[in-house]
Design a protein around this ligand. Structure first.
Ligand code: BTN
Length: 245
């Protein structure tokens, strides 16, 4: 298996995740990559839309991990670390990770990841990783409401970057992290995350089992869930997102 041995490149798609999932259902092999130069119905986490004009990396990767569904959180952590490593290797920007999987530079969101999975009889049949990175996006390309909170490699560095080069480096890095995870070396991935963790020590609010949890973010646990210190003890947030206060 090799990530990106098979790449399908489109000028425009509604969402690369839809195609990756359709290919997953048809039995396509692990490592298949779907790329679109722009998306007309890009999806973010929690059903949000994802602005995807030309100039970004909008990519999905098909995975067939031999992992229990409970480990999908770690899978997302492993690719977040790979994306952050790619950005810092290529640009030297001080990239950080905001749980669950936002790529942050100078407190603004540069990109994000999400994983959509298909589980049959308690086993992961396939998972589709969606990665979106604002590469050569100008502030004026972004919707008005995102300009204060989002950024791009171009905005941060004043330079244009090769999306192809980014994709090549990311796929190498992602495959190495994925193999580490499958080989049981999750400590290395958790350690790499903790070195880039932008949330540690911050006051955060999120939801756990239908209840709102507020407290100090204390890093992630061995399943990739966020640990939050509250007045009534340590709590775990394993789904959704958190707001920084
Ligand atoms: C987030 O909410 O931070 C996750 C954003 C993920 C966006 C990517 S772009 C490629 C893939 N296709 C989509 O429709 N979404 C993901």
């Amino acid at each position: 298996m090799s990530f990106g041995n098979q790449i399908e490149w489109f000028e425009e798609l509604p969402s690369t995740l839809d195609i990756a999932a359709a290919k997953g259902r048809e039995g396509a092999p692990e490592g298949l990559v779907i790329i679109a130069e722009r998306q007309t119905a890009g999806r973010g986490r929690l059903g949000r839309s994802w602005s995807s004009p030309k100039g970004g990396v909008w990519l999905s990767l098909l995975l067939r991990p031999d992992l229990p569904p409970a480990s999908l959180g770690l899978l997302s952590i492993c690719f977040g670390v790979a994306a952050a490593a790619t950005i810092s290797r290529m640009t030297q920007l001080p990239v950080k990770l905001k749980w669950p999987n936002d790529l942050m530079v100078n407190e603004k969101k540069l990109g994000g990841l999400l994983i959509e999975s298909s589980i049959t009889s308690g086993k992961v049949d396939f998972a589709a990783l969606g990665l979106g990175i604002n590469v050569n996006i100008r502030s004026s390309d972004l919707p008005e409401e995102l300009r204060r909170i989002a950024t791009s490699l171009l905005i941060e560095t004043g330079e244009h970057w090769s999306c192809r080069q980014f994709i090549k480096l990311f796929l190498e890095q992602a495959e190495a992290s994925y193999n580490q995870l499958l080989a049981g070396q999750k400590q290395d991935i958790l350690q790499a995350w903790s070195e880039l963790d932008a949330s540690i020590g911050r006051q955060v609010t999120g939801m756990s089992e239908g209840k709102s949890i507020s407290g100090e973010a204390c890093g992630i646990d061995e399943h990739g869930a966020l640990r939050v210190k509250t007045p009534s003890g340590m709590r775990i947030i394993s789904q959704g997102e958190v707001e920084w206060r």
